[in-house]
Design a protein around this ligand. Structure first.
Ligand SMILES: Nc1ncnc2c1ncn2[C@@H]1O[C@H](COP(=O)(O)OP(=O)(O)OP(=O)(O)O)[C@@H](O)[C@H]1O
Ligand SMILES: [Mg+2]
Length: 249
């Protein structure tokens, strides 16, 4: 169990009700600083709801959560200063250039223009987009656009980066390219929490995962540990067992 001093994210007994729908129920898990952590689960399991609570965009019905050492309900401003977010839907402005998208985001975080351009140039370099700065975002391929969105979310150097289905719709080469980028971001000290429906992606990329089903955490651990615990040969099998589904014949 991760000690709380090392935790980038601490979730204790989190519940979220939308009217009669219980989207999250007694969810408890920790993410250690520097980890790449995957939230896995079927459609409607509560992954995005969890992220939105951790980003202070939604208030929990019950329970507590701390992100980068700050309480999401008591200290939302401190949390917001320390988190980055790439949502499920796309955030790039197609009619701005790559560099303009980056510096626009810098402005949102009150970076001065010169500092924003310097930061943008460094991040584009890390993302392998150094030569793309003057291109209109609309001409970028899906994978390159997604990388730009990640780079944009790093302009204020967040302690914890939340990626909601970062590789959906990307081909395998673009996905692997994005994994490499996420590993680099992680290597620079940013904790990464991501969701994905691609279980081989979670297996390859995540240090640890939590499997959520109908708002409840069913399993937490390193992919290798979970495979051993469930006597499974793949994370797909773990996922199906943890979510009470049968393996297709
Ligand atoms: N704003 C809302 N109002 C009412 N119900 C909501 C709202 N947001 C989410 N829900 C419900 O909460 C549950 C969890 O939704 P959530 O978006 O967290 O799932 P998810 O795990 O991210 O699914 P997906 O894999 O499809 O993105 C679902 O039943 C959903 O319909
Ligand atoms: Mg979602």
């Amino acid at each position: 169990m991760t000690s709380s001093a090392d935790a980038a994210v601490e979730v204790i007994g989190l519940r979220k009700d939308f009217g009669a729908t219980r989207a999250l129920d007694a969810a408890t898990f920790n993410v250690a600083r520097g980890e790449i952590f995957g939230l896995l689960g079927p459609n409607g399991a509560g992954k995005t709801t969890t992220m939105r609570i951790l980003l202070t965009l939604l208030k929990p019905t019950a329970g507590t959560a701390r992100v980068a050492g700050h309480d999401v309900t008591g200290e939302p401003v401190a949390v917001r200063e320390r988190v980055g977010w790439v949502p499920q839907e796309h955030t790039v402005d197609p009619l701005l250039t790559v560099m303009e998208n980056m510096t626009f985001m810098g402005g949102m975080y009150h970076l001065r223009p010169i500092a924003a351009r310097r930061q943008a140039a460094q991040l584009l370099d890390l993302a392998g987009l150094a030569g793309h700065g003057n291109k209109m975002a609309k001409v970028l391929s899906g994978g390159t656009r997604r990388k730009l969105e990640l780079a944009m979310s790093l302009m204020h150097v967040p302690a914890v980066l939340f990626l909601d289905e970062p590789t959906v719709g990307l081909d395998i080469t673009a996905r692997r390219d994005l994994w490499a980028y996420v590993r680099q971001v992680s290597g620079q000290g940013t904790t990464v929490v991501l969701t994905t429906h691609y279980l081989e992606e979670a297996d390859a990329l995540c240090d640890r995962v939590a499997i959520i089903d109908r708002g409840r955490i069913q399993a937490t651990g390193a992919p290798g540990e979970l495979k051993i615990a469930y006597r499974a040969s793949s994370l797909d099998e773990v996922f199906l067992a943890a979510t009470g589904q049968e393996l297709a014949a």
